[in-house]
Ligand binder design. Structure first.
Ligand code: GLN
Length: 438
C-alpha cells in the first residue's frame, strides 16, 4: 500500500468523494422531505410513507440504470473524461434546482441528478482503471483507496446535509449538496493536468468505404462472459447488503437496545456505521489480500468475491442471533448489530472495489465504460431486490429472513469456491501481474 500511486488518483478520489457527498446527502433527506407535512415549521411535501418509498425505490434504481447510457456515451462519443465533467455539471444544477421550492423544480432536479450520476459514476470508475497499465500490481489497492474516498463522502453527508436539512430547512440541505458537487468539479478541472492520458475517446479507425467493425476475439468474448457471471455475484451481494437502509434500519429502531451510557442513540445514526468501517478497514483488507498475493497464495478477484460473499453472509447470522435474543422478549444487544455491519463491510471490501478493478482488467478497452455501466445497473437491480427481500420480513418474520440470507450467501459462496478455477480460466490471465509496484 505504501507504493506510490499515479497523480491522477487523488483527483478522481476527491471528485468522487464530493459527488458521493452530494448523492448520499440528498438521499438521506429525500424521504424525510417527501413525508414531512405541508404545514408548520420546515414544511415538506406531505406525501404518504408508501408513496415516498415508491419514488425512493425508482430513484435509487434509475440513477444506477442510467449508467448504461452513460457508459455508451463515453465509449462512443465523448470519452470518459468529458462525460464525467458533463455529469458533474448536471448533478450540481440538479441539486441547486432542488434547492428551489415547487414541484416543477423538484422533478426537474431529480431528472437532472439521475442523468448526471449516470454520466459520471461509471465513467469516473473506469478512469481509475485507466491510470494503471495492464498487469500493474497497484490497481486493486488503487481502487480500495478510491472506494475509501467514496465512503468519506457517504459517511459525512447524511450527518451534515441531514442536520442542515432537518434543522435549517430542506432546501438548504439540497443547496449544500449542490455546493459539494461544485467543489468536486473544481477539483476535477484543476486536476486535468494529471489526467492527460486517461479517459480520452478511443477512435476506431475507419477504412475507406468500409464500416467500422472490429469483431471481438475469442479471448475478449470469454472475458465478457466471466464478467457477466461476476455480475450475478454483485446482484446477490447488493440484495443482501442494502438491507442496511431498510429492514436493518427498522429493526435497529424497534428491536435493538440502543442505550449507551444512559443515552439512546438514534437509529438513523447507525446508517453511517458501514461507511465508517470501510474507511477504517479498507487498507487493512487490501493489505491482507496483497500479502496473500505476494506469498503466491490464491488471491484472484473471483476468489476474493466468493470469500467476501460468505463473510458478508455471516453478518446476517449475527442478526439471527439478535432476533433469537429479541424473541425472548428483551431488546437485542447492540453488539449483534455492530458485528453484523463489521462482517458485512469486510465482505464488501472483498467484493465491491474488487469488482470495479476486475471490470477494468477484463473489459476490452473500447467497451470499458459500457461494461462498467452494466455493472452499476446490476447493483441497481440488487438494490431493488433488497427492498423486496426486506419486505418479505413483514410476512415471514425477521429471524427467518436474516437466517435465509445467511444460508443463501453461504451456499452461493461455496458454490463459487467450487467453480472459481473454471471461471478463472475464462479470464485468460487478465489478472497476471507483469509489473510490480515501483
Ligand atoms: N457504496 C458504493 C458507492 O456509492 C456502491 C454503489 C453501488 O455499487 N451501487 O459507490
Amino acid at each position: 500500500m505504501a507504493s506510490k500511486h499515479p497523480k491522477g488518483l487523488p483527483i478522481l478520489f476527491f471528485t468522487e468523494m464530493w459527488e458521493r457527498f452530494s448523492f448520499y446527502g440528498m438521499r438521506a433527506i429525500l424521504v424525510l422531505y417527501l413525508t414531512k407535512q405541508t404545514m408548520g415549521e420546515n414544511p415538506g411535501l406531505g406525501w404518504s410513507a408508501s408513496d415516498a418509498l415508491v419514488l425512493y425505490g425508482w430513484y435509487t434504481m434509475l440513477v444506477y440504470v442510467m449508467a448504461i447510457p452513460g457508459g455508451i456515451i463515453a465509449d462512443r462519443f465523448l470519452g470518459q473524461k468529458k462525460t464525467v465533467f458533463i455529469g458533474g455539471i448536471l448533478i450540481a444544477i440538479g441539486q441547486l434546482t432542488l434547492a428551489m421550492e415547487g414541484m416543477v423544480p423538484f422533478y426537474t432536479g431529480l431528472a437532472l441528478i439521475i442523468s448526471g450520476v449516470g454520466l459520471l459514476k461509471p465513467n469516473i470508475s473506469t478512469m481509475v482503471g485507466g491510470l494503471y497499465k495492464e498487469g500493474d500490481s497497484r490497481r486493486d489497492s488503487g481502487f480500495i483507496i478510491f472506494y475509501i474516498g467514496i465512503n468519506i463522502g457517504a459517511a459525512s453527508a447524511p450527518l451534515l446535509i441531514g442536520y442542515i436539512g432537518e434543522v435549517y430547512g430542506w432546501h438548504y440541505g439540497f443547496g449544500l449538496a449542490g455546493i459539494g458537487m461544485l467543489l468536486g468539479q473544481v477539483v476535477y478541472i484543476w486536476g486535468q493536468k494529471f489526467l492527460k492520458d486517461v479517459g480520452n475517446l478511443i477512435v476506431v479507425k475507419k477504412e475507406a468505404g468500409r464500416k467500422e467493425h472490429t469483431p471481438l476475439t475469442k479471448i475478449e468474448k470469454d472475458r465478457i462472459i466471466v464478467l457477466m457471471i461476476s455480475f450475478i455475484i454483485v446482484i446477490v451481494f447488493w440484495a443482501a447488503y442494502e438491507q442496511a437502509g431498510g429492514l436493518m434500519n427498522l429493526y435497529t429502531k424497534e428491536k435493538i437496545n440502543r442505550m449507551v451510557f444512559g443515552f439512546e442513540i438514534p437509529a438513523s445514526l447507525f446508517q453511517s456505521v458501514p461507511a465508517i468501517f470501510v474507511i477504517i478497514f479498507g487498507t487493512i483488507v487490501a493489505a491482507f489480500w496483497n500479502k496473500r498475493m505476494k506469498k503466491g497464495k490464491e488471491s484472484s478477484s473471483l476468489f476474493k468475491m466468493a470469500v467476501g460473499t460468505i463473510v458478508m453472509g455471516t453478518g446476517f447470522l449475527m442478526m439471527s442471533g439478535a432476533a433469537l435474543q429479541a424473541a425472548t422478549g428483551v431488546k437485542a444487544m447492540l453488539i449483534w448489530l455492530i458485528l453484523s455491519y463489521l462482517l458485512q463491510v469486510l465482505g464488501e471490501l472483498s467484493i465491491s472495489p474488487v469488482a470495479l478493478s476486475f471490470i477494468t482488467k477484463l473489459a476490452p478497452a473500447r467497451y470499458a465504460s459500457i461494461m462498467m455501466g452494466i455493472y452499476f445497473a446490476a447493483t441497481g437491480l440488487g438494490n431493488k431486490l433488497a427492498g423486496m427481500v426486506g419486505e418479505l420480513a413483514t410476512h415471514a418474520g425477521e429471524l427467518e429472513v436474516f437466517t435465509g440470507i445467511f444460508l443463501f450467501c453461504l451456499a452461493f459462496g461455496l458454490l463459487l469456491l467450487v467453480f472459481f478455477k473454471k471461471l478463472k480460466a475464462l479470464t485468460h490471465g487478465a489478472e497476471d501481474i507483469v509489473e510490480e509496484a515501483p
